[in-house]
Design a protein around this ligand. Structure first.
Ligand code: XMP
Length: 513
């Protein structure tokens, strides 16, 4: 792999993704990893990321000069560029000129910047600057605040840039990174979607052998792609379980039962647990209580399904449980080195850790965009591959008040209209998601036809987000809002008012409960 050494900025994962976009496999490792350990992994190259520190700070994480003795190609970015310059005998100074944001780069030749426009914009974020490159390096770019904004020593296969090539604001950044990987480091681009599928299928075969596996499908993209990969590897020794808890949106069960199965040929068992969830939720209005009940019932239903399947298979146990854990979860729980026995933080549908299964996690090395590409490669429908997030507790946490069968029907109808119109307007990829919420305990007076109505409000909560940690309310076009509002109040009997939630996160969360 290419190892991206994380100096603590938020950019390391983004760099790893960009390296993969150049079709080279990469992983993120903490900057505290000793050089010997980095080299043990036989890296094709090492990328030193940006970071918040100044190389002058007393506790600045440095770069061990031994890294440069191993014959491994190294690329430094921002802080990593300065640390690299310092370790190799260059000079880093406080020039007093800070550069933040869009900056004009004057680039001149070399491998990295050859034939790019002589002046082009890049994204900078630095206070210190390299004022003298180490011996043996050619300086190939400068900017107002960075006398040495890029350098390269192609003989030793070292290079670096002061700016951030990984961000979209550096329009030639990806090309520069690609040139380092392919032309300076000499790495062959082999990380393609087809190669990911082949490699994962081989791994899964090796792990599961002739055993049997079970997978809980949620309807979301991660579990769908994980199951499809495992199915490709072990065929009908995989059984998928889909729990219909009655809190699904219109068409979701059919989508899994019909579209997913016809695309993959997977063996699927649907458990109809609608009654069970409804009775468990009767009389409950507290959001946390609802979530706990739904989680608890889900586990019970899944466990029972597994026992039933086991009995039907003549008592043979399902030893393996497939989960859709993604690479960012692995990095964030400190498991970036990919060694075994790291506890998975991410459980499909909240299955508990004491279920006696061995985990199969075929997406552990992948970013979300790679998962979607793998899904398409495996022939999954677009509707599944590009599905927006939907919470496990489903419509249960979008009815404010008690959950009843009638209220679910009302909300499902309103939600289907909103989704229809958003899709028809081509807005699905512009929004993160649009929860539709029923204020079941609120009524307001209205007039429809000749009569007075006394119905419930529906709240539209369209949001834009990168990662759901923060979000902004989406400025949907008025004509789309109008169509949604008109249709919901006309077509859904219990609803006489549609309101728009214009709260960002924070202070509001995306869901209402
Ligand atoms: P909040 O409401 O916390 O939601 O701003 C952030 C994102 O997470 C989704 N969400 C959930 N997803 N199980 C899930 O799988 C849950 O219990 C759950 N609660 C919220 C929510 O839809 C949004 O995308």
């Amino acid at each position: 792999p290419v190892l991206v050494v994380d100096f603590g900025a938020q950019y390391a994962q983004l760099i790893a993704r960009r390296v993969r976009e150049a079709q080279v496999y990469s992983e993120v490792v903490p900057h505290t990893t000793p050089v010997a350990e980095l080299l043990e992994r036989d890296p094709a190259a090492i990328v030193l990321s940006g970071g918040p520190a100044s190389v002058y700070a007393a506790d600045a994480p440095g770069v061990d000069p031994a890294l440069f003795e191993a014959g491994v190609p190294v690329f430094g970015i921002c802080y990593g560029f300065q640390a690299m310059a310092q370790a190799l005998g260059g000079v880093v100074e406080r020039t007093g000129t800070r550069e933040y944001g869009r900056t004009d780069l004057a680039a001149d030749g070399g491998v990295l910047h050859d034939a790019l426009p002589g002046r082009h914009p890049v994204w900078m974020s630095h206070g210190d600057a390299v004022t003298k490159a180490p011996d043996g390096f050619a300086v190939t770019a400068t900017s107002q605040g960075a006398p040495v904004a890029a350098f390269e020593d192609t003989g030793r296969r070292f290079a670096g840039v002061q700016y951030h090539p990984e961000v979209g604001h550096s329009p030639h950044g990806q090309e520069v990174l690609r040139r380092f990987l392919h032309d300076v480091a000499g790495i062959r681009p082999q990380w393609t979607t087809a190669s990911i599928v082949d490699e994962q299928v081989e791994r899964i075969k090796a792990q599961i052998g002739d055993g049997k596996a079970i997978c809980g499908l949620s309807g979301g993209v991660d579990s769908a792609v994980a199951a499809a990969l495992v199915q490709r590897a072990i065929g009908d020794r995989l059984t998928c379980v889909f729990v219909d808890h009655g809190l699904l949106r219109a068409g979701e069960r059919a989508q899994v039962e019909r579209d997913y199965v016809s695309a993959t040929g997977v063996k699927l068992v649907t458990v109809d647990a609608r009654e069970r969830f409804l009775s468990a939720l009767a009389g409950v209005t507290d959001p946390e209580q609802k979530r706990k009940i739904i989680g608890r019932e889900f586990i019970r239903v899944f466990e029972q399904a597994e026992l039933d399947l086991q009995a039907a298979a003549g008592g043979e146990k399902f030893r393996f449980l497939v989960q859709g854990t993604l690479y960012p979860d692995v990095v964030e729980s400190g498991g970036g080195t990919g060694t075994a026995n790291i506890k998975s933080h991410h459980n499909v549908g909240g299955l508990p850790e004491d279920l006696e299964f061995e985990l199969v996690e075929p997406l552990r090395a992948l970013f979300k965009d790679e998962v979607r590409r793998v899904g398409l490669e495996l022939g999954l429908p677009e509707t599944i591959v590009h599905r927006q997030p939907f919470p496990g507790p489903g419509l249960g946490i979008r009815i404010i008040g008690e959950v009843t069968a009638d209220r679910l029907e009302t909300l499902r109808a309103a939600d289907a209209i909103a989704r229809d119109e958003l899709t028809a307007a081509g807005l699905d990829r512009d929004i993160w998601q649009c929860p539709v919420v029923l204020l079941a305990d609120v009524r307001s007076v209205g007039v429809q036809g000749d009569g007075r109505t006394y119905g419930h409000p529906i709240v539209l909560r369209p949001v834009s987000s990168e990662d759901a940690m923060t979000a902004d309310w989406t400025r949907l076009p008025y004509d789309v809002l109008e169509r949604i509002s008109t249709r919901i109040t006309n077509e859904v009997a219990e609803v006489n008012r549609v309101v728009l939630d214009v709260t960002s996160k924070p202070p509001g969360t995306i869901e209402w409960e």
